[in-house]
Design a protein around this ligand. Structure first.
Ligand SMILES: [Zn+2]
Length: 216
């Protein structure tokens, strides 16, 4: 039984890097933790993409309109996979197999721009006492994908992308991405102690599964 999406450790240093990490990377059939709109909704509250106060309204909109819920999940998965390609292309670290593909990253940027354009079209300028804010997510059924599109833009424009790291697969790491916010810039593992152990546990499970499949 895979973990629930809300049990995943948040190691990315930014909600959209944690989003990228909601899908296993590598393996024959990598598990997608954003399995449906309910998982997406729970995850979105957990990482602060939406507030507790917004959950009911969005859940209602998605229940009333299952097609919109499905479209929301599809949009978020699109953003996730596009951002994964873009971030991989920023990694210069010689963890072979991560080599980003600049052409794929370019296409991914086009896709991200389209998602963000839609989100921007639905956004509103809101006058505060001291300034005007741009508020994404004014259409209940689209709040989640729109906020995530905006968050993807935020990380691309404001994060130091030289600090994007990938938990080293070749050394038994999980391939998750994170922003290295250590002072020295030398963080290598998503979770220093746990990742190696998790890898071992997963291998054990795979061996057991293989043994079961092979039969007595
Ligand atoms: Zn890891």
């Amino acid at each position: 039984m895979p973990l629930d999406v809300c049990q995943l450790p948040l190691v990315g240093g930014h909600p959209v890097l944690d989003l990228v990490n909601t899908r296993e990377r590598g393996g024959a059939s990598p598990h997608d933790f954003l399995s449906d709109s309910s998982a997406l909704l729970r995850w979105s509250v957990r990482v602060g993409v939406i507030s507790d106060a917004e959950v009911d309204e969005i859940g209602r909109a998605w229940r009333d309109e299952p097609a919109a819920a499905h479209a929301g999940v599809v949009a978020v998965r699109d953003i996730r996979e596009a951002l994964h390609l873009v971030l991989l292309a920023t990694i210069t670290d010689a963890d072979a197999g991560t080599a980003g593909d600049p052409v794929a990253a370019g296409a991914a940027l086009v896709a991200l721009h389209q998602r963000w354009s839609g989100a921007a079209a639905r956004a509103r300028f809101v006058l505060d006492s001291s300034r005007v804010r741009l508020t994404y997510g004014t259409v209940p059924a689209m709040v989640v994908p729109d906020r995530i599109a905006a968050a993807a833009l935020d990380v691309m424009l404001t994060a130091d992308l030289t600090r994007v790291r990938r938990c080293p697969v070749l050394e038994g790491g999980c391939g998750w991405l994170f922003l290295d916010q250590s002072r020295s810039g030398s963080r290598r593992w998503c979770r220093m102690a746990d990742c190696g152990n998790a890898v071992k546990a997963r291998r054990l499970t795979e061996r057991r599964r293989a043994a079961r499949t092979a039969g007595p």
